[in-house]
Design a protein around this ligand. Structure first.
Ligand SMILES: N[C@@H](CCC(=O)N[C@@H](CS)C(=O)NCC(=O)O)C(=O)O
Length: 312
């Protein structure tokens, strides 16, 4: 194991040495360094500006610092003549994505499913935002997201809210070209169309009907149900022509619509009258059972949350 690591590194060193860069001073014959390396993910040969390097050093944990010291003890990292310092940099993937979420929140379910679909779970640091305690209105939260909504993510300092925007960003950043949100412009356009239909028409009409009742005391109007049923009819028609919501593959559109259709059911509006929705709903759940289980948990919490409000 160690030998193969050392061989791998030596191969890289040759590339560096042939690249007119400063000689790489690493001594990977050091068993300690090689051992430690097993725990570390080599990001790549990177060009590190002096200023960036200093800030990277401050972010290292103890183990990383130890390896960094082994790597750099022969390297003059303060050489002011070296505008750009070439070095091997080993960083354990401790980088976290801060995820601000609320109990039973449908848009948070979409982001949580996206994390799982991309295998990012271990990078995610959850921060529960207590909606009932108005934690989204703290000065710190408002500074981060003036719109005071969850989900919100902070990815290495980059702040983003709006669940669909977050999911697209995660796919583009961590799994570019993933079939959930492929790069083909027309495939994307159809997915975007379904996502916009969802946020504006299907989920939009549901929130207008359901949330305004619980949060603004409006009655649960039959006209609201009719509007949701009309939107379900649109979705049923879309699904008459495609296997999944936006074509022959499972995409982000399916995940967003899965969230919406399941909360519509949780809001006691039946979807059984829509045969294509029923077929698609089962298909999505059987295609992505792990993601469906995440959503089921959110739906259960959603029901508990509104049951709790109804009892108040
Ligand atoms: N369109 C947004 C909706 C976000 C949203 O309204 N989230 C609710 C929880 S489900 C929230 O944060 N409510 C607290 C507030 O608006 O103050 C998205 O998809 O992320």
């Amino acid at each position: 194991m160690i030998e193969s690591k050392v061989a791998e590194i030596n191969e890289e060193r040759e590339i560096v040495d042939n690249d007119d860069g400063p000689e790489n001073p690493l001594d990977f014959e050091s068993v300690e360094a090689a051992n430690a390396m097993d725990d570390f993910q080599r990001i790549n040969l990177v060009e590190v500006k002096q200023t960036d390097l200093q800030s990277m050093i401050t972010k290292l944990n103890t183990d990383q610092k130890r390896v960094f010291d082994i790597i750099t003890n022969k390297m003059d990292t303060t050489d002011s003549n070296a505008d750009v310092l070439r070095c091997f940099f080993f960083i354990k993937p401790t980088m976290t994505i801060d995820f601000y979420h609320m109990f039973g929140s449908p848009p948070c379910s979409l982001v949580e499913m996206t994390f799982a679909a991309l295998g990012l779970e271990s990078k995610v640091k959850h921060h529960f935002v207590d909606f009932l305690a108005n934690e989204q209105f703290t000065p710190e939260y408002l500074k981060m997201n003036p719109q005071h909504t969850a989900p919100t993510i902070v990815d290495d300092g980059f702040v983003l809210w709006e669940s669909r925007a977050i999911s697209k960003y995660l796919i583009d950043k961590y799994s570019k070209g993933n079939t959930l949100y492929p790069e083909d412009v027309q495939a994307r356009a159809v997915i975007d169309q379904r996502l916009d239909f969802d946020i504006d028409t299907l989920y939009g009409r549901f929130t207008e009907y359901y949330f305004t009742h619980f949060f603004e005391g409006k009655p649960l109007e039959e006209s609201g149900v009719k509007k949701i049923q009309e939107a379900l009819g649109f979705l049923d028609t879309f699904l008459a022509n495609t296997k999944y919501a936006a074509g022959s593959e499972l995409t982000l559109a399916d995940l967003a619509l899965l969230v919406t259709v399941s909360v519509i059911e949780a809001g006691n509006i039946s979807v059984k009258e829509y045969p294509n929705i029923v077929r698609w709903y089962d298909l999505v759940k059987s295609t992505a059972p792990k993601l469906a289980a995440i959503n089921d948990k959110y739906v259960k919490d959603f029901i508990d949350f509104f049951d709790g409000l109804a009892k108040k």
